[in-house]
Every structure is written in C-alpha cells, then in structure tokens.
Design a protein around this ligand. Sequence first.
Ligand SMILES: [Zn+2]
Length: 446
Amino acid sequence: MLTAYCYKLNPSPRQSQTMSDWLDRLRGLYNFALRERIEAYEQVKAPAMGDFCRLDNQGECCPLTCSVSKSASHAYPWKVDKEGNHKRRSAFEMQCASLPDMKESRPWYKRVNAQATQQTLRQLDTAFKNFFEHGRGYPAFKRRSHFRSFSYPPGVAKLNGNRAYVPSIGWLRFFNSRPIPEGYTVRTVTLRRKADGWYMSVRLENKAVPAIPTLQPSEVKTVLGVDVGVRKLAALSTGEMIANPRFAQQVERRKRIRQRRSSRKVKGSKNRRKAYQRLARLDQTVAQRRTDYQWKVANKLNRQAQCLIFEDLNIKGMVKRCKPKQDETGNFIGNGQAAKSGLNKAILDAAWGELKQKSMAVAAKSGHLVWSTNPYQSSQECSDCHFVSPTNRAGEKFLCESCGKLDDADTNASTNLRLRGMVELGISLDAVAGVLGKLGKSTPLE
Ligand SMILES: [Zn+2]
C-alpha cells in the first residue's frame, strides 16, 4: 500500500539557501529541456537542413538531396541494451544522457544533486505523458512562482526521529507531526517551498499491506447522493446539509488591504518583498483551512455510505467570463460580468473538484465507490414522480407541479443524482432499500 505524509521542515539558513539556489537552477534546466523538446518536434514537422542525415554514424548529408535534420537533442540517440542490441533512446533518456556534457559547459549545475537533476527531467517527461495519454494541457514553461519543488528518487533519503537525511543537503530537521507507521519504507521524497517555509512530502510504501479492493456495485448496501453548491457546500440525499465556510471570503477585506499595501511599496525594495510575503501567507492560510475542512467533510461522507454519487462538474465552464455584448451602434454594453465575478469567486472558493478528489482518496482506503453522473435537469426533476419543469423550483424550495411533493431544492437534486447513479451502476433499489428505508429520505446512518 502507498501513502504520503507531509512534514514542515526546519532547515538551517544555509540549507534553505542551498535549496532555493537549486530551485532556480532546476527551473532553468526544466525550461531548457522543454524548449529542446519543442524544437525537436518543430524539426520533425518541418524538416530543417541539417549537418548530417544518418543519426547512427552522423554521416554528412547533402543539402540538395536530403533534408533530415540532426536531432535536436544533445545526446547520442542510440544505446546498447544487455543483449547487445542497438536501441533508440527515449527523449527522457537522451536528455539524461546529455547531463554530463551540460555540466561541463555550465559548471554551476555540478553543485546540484545529480539525482534531483534527473528527477526534474522525469517531471517534464511525466508532463508530456499526461499531455499525450491523459488529455492534460501542454507542458508549460515555469516561472519562479510555479516551480517550487524538487524530488529524490526512492531509496536515497532516510528518516531518523525528527531528522531526515537527503543527499547533498545533509541532515534536515523537521517537525515530526506524524510518526511513520510500522513496516512502511520511505520512497520518493519531495522538498517544496511554500509561503511560510519548506515542506517535505514523503511517499511511504508497505508491500505487506494489500490495497483494499473496490466494492462491486452488487455488494453496495448504502448509496449517498451529493449535490454541491455555493450556499451550502453539499446537500446530501439524506436531507443533511454541509455548510460552506467560504474561507477566501472571510479574509477578503484583509487580503485587499495587504494587496494595496504591497503594490504601493517601492518596486524592487525589501519592504515590497516582505509585504508580498505577508500576502502569500494569507493565501496559504486560506488553502490550509480549506484543505483541513474538506478532509473532514470527505471522511464524513464516506462514513455515511459505501457509494458516493457526485455530479459531473464543468468548473472551468462555470467560471468562464461572459461574452461581450454590443448594441446596434456597436458600442459595448454591460454583459453582467461584474455581477457574475462574485459567483465565480464563490465557486472557486468552494473548490468542489478538490472535495471530490479527497472523497475518492478516502474511499480508496475503505474500498468505497465514488461515481459521477450527468446533472442535466437534476434540479428541475421531481425525485418522486420524475416530472420535469423549470417552474418546479423556486429558489431553495422545490414544489412538484404534478404530484405536489414539497422538499428542499438541493435535497431533491441530490436524490435525483443518487437515483441516476444507481441506474448507471446497476444498483437495484431493493439492494439498498432495506438499509436506507424509503429512497433517500431516511435518517443518517451514524
Ligand atoms: Zn412529483
């Protein structure tokens, strides 16, 4: 079983200086390697004239007959495997193989730990894999604020009490807030800079503990529909509501003041830097509070049922800007963006996607199922007679125009999600009816 713990570090000034220094170097390497890959691709797309056309023996090419470019990668593209076969190196392997040359031409890279350097190239490789195989965005060049961590591969770092040994940095002290459980070994260690200092996340593995198998839909005894919202973070199909504390809104005024103070300081001054650090710490506090709350909610949801059903959320689409509007003469008129931006902030503050991810992480530990279903018209449909009408709902109230059912609008929606999810998963009403009583309208299980 794999798990991850995070600790706050307490490095010496020299260690923290070293780590910050490395971050800058590694960021440079990341951006350099990304540029190299982009150029290699551009050359394949539109072959440029090169110096040679045979990659294996680097034979010269004749520009009149051959337009194959030399590889944009700096390293030799071929390797010999154990059986003596010549194999082409992957882009990651080529970039790794070019590191010794790079260190000759840029000696300051010699100070950075070699394994951490390779892990940065691995990080880029993963970014490309995510792009090609998992439909994620194209790898981006990293600015300083977006490159904050570096890692060590499994088996090189070790932990002892409240000190961790990481190669080339030495023994780092940390706040041992959470003892490592018996039988777990330390795998990858990542050091990360945040607004209030350095953190260390440690991946732990215990091969003796098997991962808990996920329940089959036929074994599920309890199902819970979860309808997320802004006024309430979540409405459950049991009728329970989970409050949305709106952590970002709580500190909005304080944040505005700090932003104003920061921006009025002299550019490039130490005071300006300090002011922006204070601002960043506020953001971090908000994030920490939200994370803590969401773990608690995720655990609560998982205690209530074996199967959680969320809605498919298109958060990106929801927080899009309104289209600009023009009148007949071509002048731009109000499009309601100012009014919507408040809602957008609230949507991002609620962080539903994070809640869903955390629920999935908790569910994985107990073998629970988490499912997403299409929320189309789920707030207009009656969960008893399935009559759909936009006038069924008025604000927070739901009154069915066909059968007269009166309910909270969000509870009704979550009951609909629950039913839809059960149909999609093939869970019969009989299988769960005995436990939850009448559909979705029973007391919580606790
Ligand atoms: Zn009805």
